[in-house]
Write a protein that binds this ligand. Structure first.
Ligand SMILES: Nc1ncnc2c1ncn2[C@@H]1O[C@H](COP(=O)(O)OP(=O)(O)OP(=O)(O)O)[C@@H](O)[C@H]1O
Ligand SMILES: [Mg+2]
Length: 260
């Protein structure tokens, strides 16, 4: 393990409104905290985090249960806001955005994948993947074309009419990934994307993430599994809401993953 040094150099500070984050930074946290007041106790779910993530990074967020991983993902994904500090996403100061702007950012810049897939149970794969484009106001036939392309991209071109319960776990996750990608987001966020999958399906899904990364996608994922984190080129370990480790690693060679 090599200790991380700053990923960005000679950049202006985000506190200066005239000079926002550098063009290569997708994410910039400065002193980001998320505190919950529980009676007379304060829970520091995130406790003053500084972080820069550049375009096309492939990041694993690891750490014990309760260390703040999901809290960090929800803030990155604009599902939640910091109680302190500044978050810059693609050069925009998230703390200064209105609810409407935040909704737009969530729809345009973020693709979210969850452990439990979160698909609409009564909608076909094709309908599920179209959903984010409905909010963008894109017409039906264009939406269908985009969704079909996104499903083909993840190897689900022959299952477009299936409902979620007519698909395997790995196939459901492929549909969810394709829904996350249909709008070409700046960042793909995944919170334990392989948590409900067996080891063979996990390898297949990770292979897909590897390909997406190679094609230029910025990917940030939470995982408990060392084998999954081994795919990423950077690992951030949280402990009690703080960054305890942040290091780069060589991606594990594919041959080691699949001896068959
Ligand atoms: N809505 C909330 N209200 C109060 N405390 C919360 C809330 N959400 C999270 N927490 C607390 O914040 C801390 C971080 O929670 P978080 O869900 O980010 O952990 P995690 O690292 O994702 O854990 P896991 O691996 O179990 O998913 C925990 O101590 C948790 O109890
Ligand atoms: Mg979590």
């Amino acid at each position: 393990m090599t200790p991380m040094t700053a990923t960005t150099t000679a950049k202006t500070e985000p506190g200066d409104a005239a000079t926002p984050a550098g063009a290569d930074d997708v994410i910039r946290f400065r002193g980001v905290a998320r505190r919950y007041e529980m009676g007379d106790q304060v829970v520091n779910a995130l406790d003053g985090v500084d972080l820069d993530i550049a375009r096309n990074e492939y990041v694993a967020i690891i750490g014990a249960s309760g260390s703040g991983k999901s809290t960090m993902m929800n803030i990155i994904g604009c599902l939640d806001r910091p109680t302190e500090g500044e978050y810059w996403l693609e050069g925009g100061n998230v703390g200064q955005m209105s609810e409407l702007e935040l909704a737009r950012v969530r729809n345009r810049e973020i693709g979210f994948v969850f452990q439990s897939f979160n698909l609409l149970p009564r909608a076909s794969a094709l309908k599920n993947v179209q959903q984010p484009m409905v909010y963008r106001g894109i017409g039906k036939s264009e939406r269908e074309k985009m969704a079909a392309r996104a499903l083909e991209r993840v190897g689900m071109g022959d299952r477009m009419g299936h409902l979620p319960n007519e698909l395997s776990g790995g196939q459901r996750q492929r549909v969810a990934i394709s829904r996350a990608l249909v709008g070409e987001p700046a960042i793909l966020l995944a919170d334990e994307p392989t948590g409900n999958l067996d080891s063979k399906t996990t390898r297949e899904i990770m292979q897909l993430f590897d390909e997406l990364h190679k094609e230029g996608q910025t990917i940030i994922m939470v995982t408990h599994e060392p084998d999954v984190a081994a795919h990423c080129s950077r690992v951030i370990r949280l402990e009690d809401g703080k960054v305890a480790e942040d290091y780069r690693q060589e991606k594990r060679p594919a041959a080691q993953e699949d001896p068959a």
